[in-house]
Design a protein around this ligand. Sequence first.
Ligand code: SAM
Length: 453
Amino acid sequence: MNEVAVVKNQILDVEISDLINNGMGLVKINGYPIFVKNALPEEKVQIKITEVKKTYALAEVLVIYQTNPYRVTPKCKIYDQCGGCNLQHLSYKYQLMMKTNFVKEALVRIGKLDVKVNDCIGMQDCWKYRNKTQVPFGVRNNKVIAGFYKENTHEIINMDTCEIQDALADEIVNYMKFLAQKYSIPIYNETEHKGNLRHIIIRKAHVTKEYMVTLVTKEDKLKNENKIIDDLVNKFPQIKSIVQNINPQKTNTILGDKQKVLYGDEYIIDYIGDVKFAISSKSFYQVNPIQTKVLYDQVLKYAELTGNETVIDAYCGIGTIGLYLAQKAKAIYGVEIVSDAIKDAKLNAKLNNFNNAHYEVGKAEDIIKKWQKENIKADLIIVDPPRKGCDSSLLDTIKTMKIPHMIYVSCDPATLARDLNILSDTFNIIEVQPVDMFPHTSHVETVVLMSRK
Ligand SMILES: C[S@@+](CC[C@H](N)C(=O)[O-])C[C@H]1O[C@@H](n2cnc3c(N)ncnc32)[C@H](O)[C@@H]1O
C-alpha cells in the first residue's frame, strides 16, 4: 500500500492528472491519491489538504495557475455550496467525453474487458431537464427557506432557482415558502424533531404537463390546509394532484408510510413515446424524461423484437422498460422487490390494454429462478439493477437459462464492469452505449447488448 504522503492543511502546488467518476480531480504523490474538488485534468493548481485518510486524501483548490480549456463558469449561483451537481465547471462536450471514459476505464480496470464503448449520447439542451424536485424546508432569520443540503451536511441552502430542475417547479417551491410564511405553518426542525412541514416534492409529467405536489409533514394535521390548496391551484392550474405524506419519524428518509390525497387524483399521467404511465407520489420514475426515451429507444433497438419474443424485465420498477417494449413482444415478465411499484406496473399495463405483461413481487434472483423451474423460456432478459448491480446468484441463473440475448442497463460503471466480467464466459458483448441521463453530475447510464456464446 502507498504511504500517506500529506498532512491536513498542507498547501501544495500540483498538476491534476485525471477526473474520477465522482467529479473530482486526481493527483498522486508517490502513488498516494489526492482527490481535489473542482479541479480538472491538466490544470496546475495550488491545493489545501482538507482530510487525510489511510488510502487517500481530500483537498480543495486555492489557486488555478493553468486552466483546462474546457473549464466554464457554472451557471448555478450556489454551485460552490450545493452538493447536487459536480460537473457544472466543465463544458458539456467535455462532460460527455469524460462519461464515455468512465465507462471505458471501468470495463478495462474492473471488468478486464477490452471492448469498444460508443460515445455517450448527450442532450441537445442540457438544462432544466429534471421532472422531479424534492427539497426540505427550514427557517433562517425567521424566514421560511427551502433548498438543498450543503454538501455532506444537513444545513439547508436556500434555493430560488435550480438550473437542472423544471422552472415551474421552482416557482411552486417559492410560492409554497411564501404560503408557509403567510399561514404561519410550523416548519420542521430535524435536530429538535419539532415543527410540521418537512419537504415539498414536485413531479411534472413531461408530455401532459400535469404537476403533482407532495407536502411531507410530521403530523396528520396541516394547518390552513384548505387555504393552501386553494392558493396553490389558483396560482398554478397545472397542479392536478396534491398529496400529503405523513412522516412522524426522526429519520433521513423523506417519505413516511401514510399519505392522503388533498386535491385531485392519486396519479398524474405521463407518456414515454406512445406508452401511458400513471405516476404516484411514491413511484420510482426516471427523472430525465427526454433521455429516458433515448435510453428506452436504445433498448428497443437492441431488442430487435418481431412480436414472437418472451422478454424478462428484471428490476422493473413500475414496468416502464418492459411496457415500452410490450407492443412488439409476445410476452413480458417483470419482477421488482417493491410491491407498490408492481401495483403501478399492473395498473400501467391495464392503462395501455397490454394483456401480455405479467408481474411478480420479489427478489429478481429468487423469482427468475422460480420462472426457470416453471419452464418459462425467455428470448431476451433485460436487467436494470440499482447501483449495487445484480446479485451474483441471478447472474448464475441467467447463465444456466440459455437465454439468447441479454441487455444490461446500468447506472454504475463499476458494478456493471464487475457483472460483465462474471457474464463474459457465457455472453459476447456486442455493443456498449453510455447515455447521459444526468447532465452536470458525474452519473452515467450505460446500455449493453450481449448475445449468448
Ligand atoms: C434502477 S431502478 C430501475 C427501475 C426501472 N427499470 C425503470 O427504468 O424505471 C432499480 C429497481 O430495482 C429494484 N430492486 C432493488 N433490488 C431488487 C432485487 N433484488 N430484486 C428486484 N428488484 C430490486 C428497486 O426497487 C428499483 O425499482
